[in-house]
Design a protein around this ligand. Structure first.
Ligand SMILES: C[S@@+](CC[C@H](N)C(=O)[O-])C[C@H]1O[C@@H](n2cnc3c(N)ncnc32)[C@H](O)[C@@H]1O
Length: 208
């Protein structure tokens, strides 16, 4: 049953015009895929796609790439996109642990939205803001490194800020209550759920 489900998801993803098969082939030349020189923004762990789809619709002069590790999640985004035509959006099914295999000095901004907190110390290396991931991200940025993170998890937020600053990033902007501080927020699926529950959302923009 589970195998069949995964196979169906894979077929749906492969059919999507937004899906980039063999992203390694575009390493260093993703602009050729979009056929322009507009900036490229990447979201790692895009989940079901609300944020990246909303951003691509709002900012047509920026190219957006959503990257997700699990096909069972990514397929929800490709389904949402079935009747939409958004030329500045592409999706990749990939593990961010190998992100240096697919991008080379071409990303302007990286979004990390509601990343898995991995609360146990022995799992810290799996956090997308762990030093080992920050090292991997080094090669992907075009000019300066620009990361924007949102989470409702205070501990992950504090851990990440320390990890970023220890690595040489400077805090450009920070909000300890995003939904009080900003309007017209493009929410992720998790964000929507957490805001409805009354959780506070934290956001930080770091640069290097
Ligand atoms: C808690 S969910 C948040 C999803 C979405 N960003 C949101 O806010 O609604 C975290 C997502 O990150 C994805 N993810 C976790 N580790 C990843 C990795 N190493 N590479 C790519 N995606 C990853 C998970 O599969 C999951 O879909």
């Amino acid at each position: 049953m589970r195998l069949k489900h995964i196979k169906d998801a894979e077929i749906d993803i492969l059919k999507s015009k937004y899906y980039i098969n063999n992203p390694e082939n575009y390493k260093g030349k993703f602009n050729s895929l979009f056929k322009n020189d507009n900036p490229i923004h990447l979201e790692i762990g895009m989940g079901k796609g609300n944020f990246i789809i909303g951003m691509a619709l709002k900012y047509p002069d920026i190219n957006f790439i959503g990257l997700e590790k699990f096909d069972s999640v990514l397929v929800k985004a490709t389904k949402k996109l079935e009747n939409l035509d958004i030329p500045n959006l592409r999706l990749i099914w990939y593990d961010a642990a190998n992100i240096d295999d697919i991008f080379d000095k071409e990303i302007d901004t990286l979004y990390l939205n509601f990343s898995d907190p991995w609360p146990k110390k022995r799992h810290a290396k799996r956090r997308l803001t762990h030093e080992s991931f920050l090292k991997k991200y080094e090669i992907i940025f075009k000019n300066s490194n620009n990361i924007i993170m949102k989470t409702d998890n205070r501990k992950l937020f504090e851990y990440s800020i320390k990890s970023f600053t220890d690595y040489g990033y400077k805090i450009e902007d920070i909000s300890l209550d995003l939904h009080q501080d900003e309007v017209d927020i493009i929410e992720t699926e998790y964000e929507h759920k957490f805001v409805e529950k009354g959780n506070t959302i934290y956001k930080v923009n770091v640069k290097k």
